[in-house]
Design a protein around this ligand. Structure first.
Ligand code: SAH
Ligand code: AVI
Length: 334
């Protein structure tokens, strides 16, 4: 069963909720003087497939590097997990990395993957129940940036959070602090979080990872316009736009944009949007951190940094964060 915010939902209800959220975000984002769209809308069924293709690209080092770190250290990462604990994953997508942890977690009460992509959750659940017949999988379709209510019977259980992929990098440092605080509350009492964080590195390697030779990342980015056409009676001519990825060293982030190649107008749900030549829609940020920078944000959000696992090339980091005694007043006062 797929649930949203703890309520059992039939498929059409989930679809309706997401579509109206998408419409409001598109109208708001394209009406701004500097146009932007939230990156969580990349992940309709097509976008989730394209993301899986990205993970296999030679230029996109994060997935294979994080998998290697998890494979080398999963036993250590899961050693202190309580019996009958709940594994809660944020932005689980295909749940491929989860399998590495699950091989070491044979006594879980439940696995709760949370994702905006219903198709990814369904595919992952189908595969996992086949590979791990004793595992109870209870997916939640939803935005993990808003507080998500876990099923009632799991609220008191000890929890391990898992947030791989450096999806945290798609949030600004301020939003990261807020999100880590929300996750800490969700995983309480005494939660622990295993979180993947991409590291700062040579700008050329970063740009290559977000602008691959085959054009898969371009298709992933432009799929946002295709999604507007599919779901919101949009009139975007995809040939009139191109993909762009740039690294901003001051912000420490890759920015993805959709660039208009000419003066043009496109509409969504009957609303027209004008584009000048070279005007962009900012679609994603992907922040890159040093280990210390990330630990400082985590600390301010009420987490005690634990162990950090790295690959030999120092490309990617996996952090253990430990929720200590609740001290909400100091956390909110920071
Ligand atoms: N964890 C996987 C997938 C990473 S891609 C991996 O490491 O390979 C990012 C995933 O997060 C996608 O599946 C996307 O649908 C999901 N996602 C992005 N923003 C989200 C949000 N705000 N709430 C819930 N899921 C989100
Ligand atoms: C999911 N997220 C961490 C990916 C990233 O690297 O920022 C999404 C992505 N965008 C382009 N390529 C991959």
């Amino acid at each position: 069963m797929i649930i949203t915010n703890n309520k059992a939902l039939r498929l059409p209800d989930v679809m309706t909720g997401e579509a109206s959220d998408f419409e409001a975000a598109v109208i708001k984002g394209l009406s701004r003087p500097r146009k932007s769209l939230p990156c969580r809308f990349f992940y309709d069924a097509r976008g989730s497939e394209l993301f899986e293709d990205i993970t296999k690209l030679p230029e996109y080092y994060p997935t294979r590097t994080e998998i290697a770190i998890l494979e080398a250290h999963a036993a250590e990462m899961t050693k202190t997990v309580f019996e009958r604990a709940v594994l809660v994953e944020f932005g689980s997508g295909s749940s491929r990395k989860t399998e590495i942890l699950l091989k070491n977690l044979r006594d879980l009460a439940s696995y709760v993957p949370i994702d905006v992509s219903q198709s990814a959750l369904c595919d992952a659940k189908r595969r996992l129940v086949e590979r791990f017949p004793a595992l109870i999988v209870r997916p939640i379709v939803g935005d993990f940036a808003r507080p998500v209510t876990l099923p009632e019977d799991l609220i008191e259980a000890p929890k391990l959070g898992f947030f791989p992929g450096s999806t945290i990098g798609n949030f600004s440092p301020a939003a990261t602090g807020r999100l880590l605080g929300t996750m800490r509350d969700m995983l309480s009492p005494e939660g622990r979080l295993i979180i993947g964080v991409d590291l700062k590195k040579d700008a050329r390697a970063l740009v290559r990872a977000y602008d691959d030779a085959e054009g898969v990342t371009a298709a992933f980015n432009l799929n946002l316009l295709a999604r507007i056409n599919r779901e919101l009676e949009g009139s975007f001519d995809l040939d009139g736009f191109r993909h762009e990825a740039i690294y901003d060293p001051r912000e420490g982030r890759i920015e993805m944009h959709i660039v208009s190649l000419k003066r043009q107008t496109a509409s969504a749900r009957g609303r027209g949007f004008r584009f000048e030549p070279g005007e962009t829609i900012h679609t994603e940020n992907s922040y890159k951190y040093s280990i210390g920078q990330f630990q400082n944000i985590a600390r301010a959000a009420g987490w005690a940094p634990g162990r950090v696992w790295l690959d030999d090339g120092n490309l990617f980091s996996v952090h253990e964060l430990i929720a200590g005694q609740l001290n909400t007043s100091s956390r909110h006062d920071v």
